[in-house]
Write a protein that binds this ligand. Structure first.
Ligand code: HSE
Length: 404
């Protein structure tokens, strides 16, 4: 095994998790030489000699052959990673935003400089989904996948549903526990889950899709009544990132969804993540585990470091020449405390309307382009994954007031 001399950028939750695991593992083949941080003078659980504010202490040190990039600054991270690769250093990163935005460049840089970059910790932390897709499933055609990829959003939805917390109190808990991003809009607005979905799209379908091409709807508008409405009909609202392929065309969306009891994601609660792959040859494969937290994410970083050390490479996807479609029709439920009549003209088809407590619900088909423009303070959107199922459970009232 090639001995690794490691430089770390960032020593927050993930960096410290990795360092703790490495220390406990006592692996003589991996040495951390420098840790670059932003804030001087902070008390850190590491020998102060290792800590520096100067990126050049890592980038200009030819003896450092692997860089762990675990900051949350996308722009600076890309500069660090590009320079490190140009100097022949391998990379392990947890920076999902940077990886999602720069996938094409990062692939090119690895090829150009003959180095490896691994980022399992960036997608669902300790669920090794990229490893699964790039090894065992490399001969499989994955027809669709869906995931609960943002632990904070799932934590908030679970806390409201199971423990009666308010949205604000649940978000505060997610922040206090260290699951949330430094800007929690990334979590509750569906951006973080989208970055993870985009990374999966590259590994599952071989396409580098840009963040602006995928619609993301967060949980920030979901009301307690929406959650109770779903529960009263046997559903749970989960924040899902989903993609599927039809005739070599991929479509994807990130949104709250009605999840029925028989879908594997139904019982995934709090900060846990889950991923459901549906393969042409193998059928369903479900993965469940912690998607955030210092040691789970640190373990994913450690695992990537060991894979690079062994010279391991992920296999390419079984798909070739796949296209991405960002304009499609989708079945949704629109929820509002006002009348939903003013939204009728936005829909291409209306299935039914309904009310529950103080809210009104409109079930219908809408184009994704139109949906992306529907942003009103009091309106929440829930995707209908199992359309017939929830409509069956509904007393459907047509516009004229008669019951179907
Ligand atoms: N903010 C992220 C989450 C952290 O809540 O899932 C892990 O990527």
């Amino acid at each position: 095994m090639e001995p690794l001399n490691v430089g770390i950028f960032g020593f927050g939750c993930v960096g410290q998790g990795f360092y703790e695991i490495l220390s406990r593992r006592n692996d003589p083949t991996i040495k951390v030489s420098k840790i670059v941080v932003k804030t001087p003078g902070k008390k850190r659980p590491v020998d102060e000699e290792l800590v520096t504010l100067n990126p050049k202490d890592i980038l200009d040190d030819p003896s450092i052959n692997l860089v762990i990039e675990v900051t949350d600054d996308c722009e600076a991270a890309f500069e660090i990673v590009s320079e490190a690769m140009s100097k022949g250093k391998h990379i392990v990163s947890a920076n999902k935003k940077m990886i999602a935005e720069k996938m094409d460049d990062l692939v090119e840089l690895q090829e150009k400089h003959g180095v490896l970059m691994f980022y399992e910790s960036a997608v669902a932390a300790c669920i090794p989904v990229l490893l699964t897709v790039g090894t065992f499933y490399s001969g499989e055609k994955i027809k669709s996948f869906s995931g609960i990829l943002n632990g904070s959003s799932n934590y908030i939805l679970s806390k409201i549903k199971n423990d009666g917390l308010s949205y604000e109190a649940a978000l505060k808990e997610a922040q206090d526990k260290g699951f949330a991003e430094s800007d929690p809009t990334m979590d509750v607005g569906g951006f973080d889950a989208k970055f993870k979905l985009l990374i999966m799209l590259y590994h599952v379908y071989g396409i580098a899709v840009k963040p602006r091409e995928v619609l993301n709807i967060g949980i920030d508008k979901i009301s307690k009544t929406d959650i109770e409405f779903a529960a009263s009909r046997g559903f749970s609202i989960k924040h899902l990132a989903s993609a599927s392929i039809n005739n070599e065309v991929v479509s994807a969306v990130v949104s709250p969804a009605f999840v029925p009891k028989d879908l594997e994601h139904y019982s995934v609660e709090y900060e846990f993540n889950s991923i459901l792959l549906d393969g042409e040859y193998t059928g369903k494969h479900f993965k469940y585990g912690r998607g955030a937290g210092s040691l789970p994410t640190g373990l994913a970083v450690y695992s990537d470091v060991k894979l690079i050390q062994s010279g391991f490479k992920l296999q390419e996807t079984a798909y070739q020449d796949v296209n991405f479609e960002n304009s499609y029709e989708i079945d949704i439920c629109l929820s509002s405390s006002e009348s939903v009549e003013s939204f009728h003209s936005d829909f291409t088809e209306i299935y039914s309307t309904s009310s529950f407590e103080n809210r009104n619900y409109l079930f219908g088909k809408i184009s994704s382009d139109r949906l992306s423009l529907l942003s009103k303070e009091d309106v929440s959107i829930i995707v209908l994954d199992e359309l017939n199922h929830i409509l069956d459970s509904e007393t459907i009232v047509t516009e004229g007031g008669s019951t179907i």
